[in-house]
Design a protein around this ligand. Sequence first.
Ligand SMILES: Cc1cc2nc3c(=O)[nH]c(=O)nc-3n(C[C@H](O)[C@H](O)[C@H](O)COP(=O)(O)OP(=O)(O)OC[C@H]3O[C@@H](n4cnc5c(N)ncnc54)[C@H](O)[C@@H]3O)c2cc1C
Length: 150
Amino acid sequence: HVKKFVEKWLGGGRVVDVRGAPLTVMPRVVLHDGEGFRIGEAAGLVYPLTGEGIRPGVLSAIALAEALSTKKPLEEYRRRVAPIVKQVEFQKKLLSLAVRMSERGGALLELADDGVLRDYIEENLSARTLLALLAKKPAAAARLIAALLR
Ligand SMILES: Cc1cc2nc3c(=O)[nH]c(=O)nc-3n(C[C@H](O)[C@H](O)[C@H](O)COP(=O)(O)OP(=O)(O)OC[C@H]3O[C@@H](n4cnc5c(N)ncnc54)[C@H](O)[C@@H]3O)c2cc1C
């Protein structure tokens, strides 16, 4: 991937060293695997559009700690992390959509206002608002997708 990137975007070159750590991009959310509870990265609680996993990790740890003292810990844990799970699943859909559109080679490169996307990533915007925008304003939607790909 690094070689392809260098070729495409920098016009070629020589890669002398490659180091990295895998980023979770399309996590599968598993809160309990049949044997034990999972939190953070192990539970798949990483936001696909940003790779943010520290905050969801801490929040899920707190949620589980609190849920463990209730009568139905798994149900309570699910309820407490539901907003994070919802965000993860919706971001996965957006990312898949962005990839599909990119593969079709549409006019996705122009980006005007990416404030909407930033708000979304910061969780100030609901998924419903974002979907309404996508449905009513195709041009804005295209720009949004372009923003997703940056
Ligand atoms: C390159 C990179 C950049 C990132 N940048 C950001 C960022 O800017 N902001 C952000 O929010 N997130 C970022 N993330 C994601 C974030 O680092 C992770 O989502 C987050 O650290 C997950 O926390 P965690 O506690 O769930 O898991 P981890 O941090 O992976 O902790 C799990 C720990 O368990 C240990 N462990 C594993 N197996 C065992 C075992 N059998 N016995 C004992 N110990 C074990 C591991 O060694 C590890 O220390 C980044 C990730 C990467 C790879």
